[in-house]
Design a protein around this ligand. Structure first.
Ligand SMILES: NC(=O)c1ccc[n+]([C@@H]2O[C@H](COP(=O)([O-])OP(=O)(O)OC[C@H]3O[C@@H](n4cnc5c(N)ncnc54)[C@H](O)[C@@H]3O)[C@@H](O)[C@H]2O)c1
Length: 327
């Protein structure tokens, strides 16, 4: 049984930092979340944005401050102490910043403190290159916004001990998220690699005049977006192959799959960027905070329905198993 991680320091309180603050606060009534971010408007920023990420029934942010559950730290050394269980970093996406930060943190915290980075792409092996014990660091890459999206990619460096992977996986699993351990450090980890390959093909199809940008969105929302939220590509195509499963699917449409893969190779022609930006801006206009409120509201509801239905199916299966054992 791994110990609970109650004393968490967040480095950087931008989009991802505040969302993680909400997740950690919501997940335990006794956790203490300390934030270090040198932005001059930190308190006003936290007071104005964090309430949007917390459930309506959660103690309000001023109460979290007065009860000591949420602490804004003026310095890195006050934020990272011998009693810190985890330091989780989500400052600027810069290798220089992250590489120079970790040796400072390593000198402040206890040897048992867990060190996590939320980076989208700078591997732990790069970030930890100046550390005394580089294996301590691993990546916990979220999907934005992490207080709602379940996935956390746990990406150890080649020298990270298994126990650090277990601790991070256990933590995110226990708070109801979906940690997935990635076997090798690879550019963009896995979720973004998959998304960016699809995005490249979408840009190519728009540039070639096959489809307009907003129609790509409609196609994804009405087909693979919905389907893959319930079952991923392997499980879906396994179902799609009927009685012969994935093998049957690849026998049926494997030729088309390989033809599409061949056509999708290579860089896009010049001008693709201007074209997709123009089409997207004319379809949707400027981005407003309301966009995120609506996105989060619908995402929460979809996740609730998926969870409720999975639980109901598991209950029905368990009842069916018990009934057949009793026969
Ligand atoms: N935005 C995303 O979709 C997303 C998704 C997954 C991971 N990430 C990763 O999370 C990290 C943060 O991204 P973001 O989108 O929250 O960026 P952001 O710009 O919103 O926030 C970065 C924060 O870091 C703070 N900061 C600047 N200098 C600092 C310092 N010296 N010490 C501590 N904090 C400092 C800034 O004041 C800012 O509040 C990046 O590494 C990024 O790759 C982002």
């Amino acid at each position: 049984m791994l110990l609970p991680l109650e004393n968490i320091t967040l480095i950087g309180a931008g989009t991802i930092g505040l969302s993680f603050a909400a997740l950690h606060l919501r997940s335990s009534a006794s956790s203490i979340i300390t934030i270090y971010d040198p932005r001059p408007d930190l308190e006003a920023h936290v007071l104005s944005l964090l309430p949007n990420y917390l459930p309506p029934t959660h103690p309000p942010v001023p109460t979290l401050f007065s009860s000591g559950r949420l602490v804004l730290s003026p310095t890195l050394s006050a934020a990272c102490t011998l009693s810190t269980d985890v330091v989780q970093e989500q400052g600027p996406e810069s290798a220089d910043f992250k590489t120079s930060l970790w040796p400072q943190i390593e000198a402040l915290v206890s040897p048992s403190c867990h060190l996590w980075s939320s980076t989208s792409g700078i591997p732990a092996s790069v970030q930890s290159s100046q550390m005394t014990n580089p294996g301590r660091l691993l990546v916990v890459h979220p999907f934005n916004p992490p207080h709602i999206m379940p996935l956390v990619e746990i990406v150890p460096s080649p020298t990270t001990p298994e126990v650090e992977v277990e601790v991070a996986s256990y933590y995110f699993d226990r708070i109801g998220h979906s940690p997935v351990v990635i076997g090798k450090e690879t550019t963009g980890f896995v979720a973004n690699r998959l998304a960016f390959v699809l995005f490249r093909e979408a840009c190519r199809l728009v540039q070639q005049g096959v489809v307009r940008a907003e129609d790509v969105d409609r196609i994804v929302e009405g087909s693979i977006g919905l389907r893959w939220g319930i079952k991923g590509p392997f499980a879906s195509y396994h179902d799609g192959g009927g009685a012969n499963g994935l093998e049957g699917f690849l026998e049926n449409v494997g030729r088309t799959v390989e033809d599409v893969w061949k056509e999708g190779e290579g860089p896009l022609e010049d001008g693709w960027k201007e074209m997709v930006v123009k089409q997207t801006e004319s379809a949707y206009g400027p981005v407003s905070p309301q966009n995120f409120v609506e996105r989060d509201r619908i995402t929460r509801r979809v996740l609730e329905v998926i969870r409720e239905e999975r639980e109901a199916i598991a209950r029905e299966k368990a009842q069916g198993d018990t009934a057949s054992e009793e026969k």
